[in-house]
Design a protein around this ligand. Structure first.
Ligand code: HEC
Length: 138
């Protein structure tokens, strides 16, 4: 019985860790995002927002989780839903883990696919309304 439980548990762990292939996510970030967001996620002052110790806050407020998928840099990236889910998970876990809510669940391809095509009519306004609810501003 104990062995069976161990097998099941290790199976679950494998499924969970498989959701973020760090090397692949980092490569996709370098190819598609780094030009604007910079390698460390610090962005470009005045034009591209910093992600470091910040972007995780989107997950904890209404609309924020969808926003991270729908923002043009994400939604229009030449990546399939699975790769985008993985990349967003990697960004959140490597750049802003502390700011994630305790009950954070990883993005999945299914979730990304459901919200990705709903284009934001006004990105700046949507972002402003969400960021207003953050504890930490920048
Ligand atoms: C051409 C520059 C550019 C590229 C390339 C780019 N982004 Fe962005 N990104 C921005 C800007 C500017 C914002 C702020 C919102 C807006 O105006 O789109 C942003 C915002 C974001 C946000 C929300 C964080 C916040 O504070 O608003 C996420 C998540 C994000 N980008 C992910 C990505 C991912 C993932 C990629 C690569 C697949 C990427 N971006 C590529 C410019 C870029």
């Amino acid at each position: 019985m104990k062995t069976l439980l161990a097998v099941i548990l290790s199976g679950i762990t494998m499924v969970c860790t498989a959701a973020v292939d760090e090397k692949r996510a980092e490569a996709n970030y370098m190819l598609n995002c780094q030009g604007c967001h910079q390698g460390d996620g610090s962005g470009l002052p005045g034009s591209v927002p910093n992600m470091q110790n910040f972007v995780g806050q989107f997950i904890g407020v209404p609309g924020g989780r969808e926003f991270l998928v729908q923002v043009p840099g994400s939604a229009n990236a030449p990546l399939n839903d699975e790769a985008l889910a993985e990349l967003l998970n990697w960004i959140l876990l490597t750049k802003s883990k502390k700011e994630l809510p305790a009950d954070f669940v990883l993005y999945t391809a299914t979730e990304v696919s459901a919200v990705r095509s709903k284009t934001l009519p006004d990105v700046a306004a949507a972002r402003k309304a969400i960021v207003k609810k953050f504890v930490k501003q920048q």
